[in-house]
Design a protein around this ligand. Structure first.
Ligand SMILES: C[S@@+](CC[C@H](N)C(=O)[O-])C[C@H]1O[C@@H](n2cnc3c(N)ncnc32)[C@H](O)[C@@H]1O
Ligand SMILES: Nc1nc2[nH]cc(C(=O)O)c2c(=O)[nH]1
Ligand code: SF4
Ligand SMILES: [Mg+2]
Length: 207
C-alpha cells in the first residue's frame, strides 16, 4: 500500500540520519547532523544516492523524533538533504529545529517550491529538471556539478540569476573527477568569482 504523506510536514520519509562533517561547499569542515529524506524525480544519471529516489522505500518518521535525534549531538547544525528535500513542506521541521537553537542548512536542486526556515540554502541546479526561478534569489550558495565542459557555460547562466552575495562553487562530478578537476582549476583561475568545492567526505572516508 502506498504511504500517505501528510502535507503539513509532521511525518517525513527518512532514509538515514547521521552525525558527520559537512563535506561540500561553504560549510565544509563543520560538524553537522545529516537528515536524508527519501524521494526524488529529478533523475541525475550520475546521482550518488540513487537509493534515495523511491520515497516508498523509506519509513515515514515523525519530524519531532528527527528533531530529538538531532539535538542529541554537540554540533548544533543540521543539513537536510535527500533525495530532493523540497518535495516536502519543511516549515514544521525547520521551525522546531530553530526553536532549539539548531542551525538549518539545506541541499536542494530547487525543483520544488521553497519551504522551511533556513540559515543556509545550497542550490545545486540540475539540467534534468530545472530549478524554479523563484528560489534563485534566496540561495546563499550556488553549487554546480561539472560533468563536462558545456557545464561551465550553463553554470554562468545560474550565476546571473542568484543574488550578488551568493557564493559560487564548481564541484566535479565524482566519477569523472580525474578528468574534470583540472578543467575546474583552470576555469577558477581564469574566473575567480568561482571557487572549487570537492566532496571531501569521500576522501576522508566518512559518511
Ligand atoms: C545527493 S544531492 C541531494 C540534494 C538535492 N537533491 C540536490 O541535488 O541538491 C546532494 C548534493 O550532492 C551532489 N551530488 C550528487 N551526486 C553527485 C556526484 N556524482 N558528484 C558530485 N556531486 C554530486 C548534488 O548536486 C547535491 O549538491
Ligand atoms: N559528509 C557529507 N557531506 C555532504 N554534503 C552534502 C551531502 C549530501 O549528500 O547532500 C553530503 C554527504 O552525504 N556527506
Ligand atoms: S536532484 Fe539530487 S538526489 Fe535527485 S537525482 Fe539529482 S543529485 Fe540525486
Ligand atoms: Mg552525498
Amino acid at each position: 500500500m502506498k504511504q500517505l504523506i501528510p502535507e503539513d510536514g509532521t511525518l517525513l520519509p527518512l532514509m538515514e540520519e547521521f552525525y558527520t562533517i559537512q563535506g561540500e561547499g561553504f560549510n565544509t569542515g563543520k560538524a553537522a547532523y545529516f537528515i536524508r529524506l527519501g524521494g526524488c524525480d529529478v533523475g541525475c544519471h550520475w546521482c550518488d544516492v540513487k537509493e534515495s529516489w523511491d520515497a516508498e522505500m523509506h519509513p515515514l518518521t515523525p519530524a519531532d523524533v528527527i528533531v530529538e535525534n538531532a539535538d542529541k549531538f554537540p554540533g548544533k547544525a543540521v543539513v537536510i538533504t535527500g533525495g530532493e528535500p523540497l518535495i516536502y513542506n519543511l516549515d514544521y521541521l525547520t521551525n522546531k529545529l530553530k526553536a532549539r537553537g539548531i542551525l538549518t542548512f539545506i541541499e536542494t536542486s530547487g525543483a520544488y517550491p521553497l519551504s522551511g526556515n533556513w540559515d543556509w540554502i545550497c542550490l545545486s541546479p540540475k539540467k534534468f529538471k530545472a530549478p524554479r526561478p523563484d528560489i534563485t534569489p534566496f540561495a546563499h550558495e550556488l553549487k554546480v556539478i561539472v560533468f563536462n565542459r558545456s557545464d561551465f557555460k550553463w553554470a554562468e547562466e545560474y550565476a546571473a540569476m542568484v543574488s550578488p552575495t551568493c557564493k559560487l562553487y564548481l564541484q566535479p562530478e565524482w566519477s569523472k573527477s580525474k578528468e574534470i578537476t583540472p578543467m575546474i582549476i583552470e576555469y577558477v583561475m581564469a574566473n575567480p568569482k568561482w571557487e572549487i568545492s570537492l566532496q571531501t567526505h569521500k576522501f576522508l572516508n566518512i559518511p
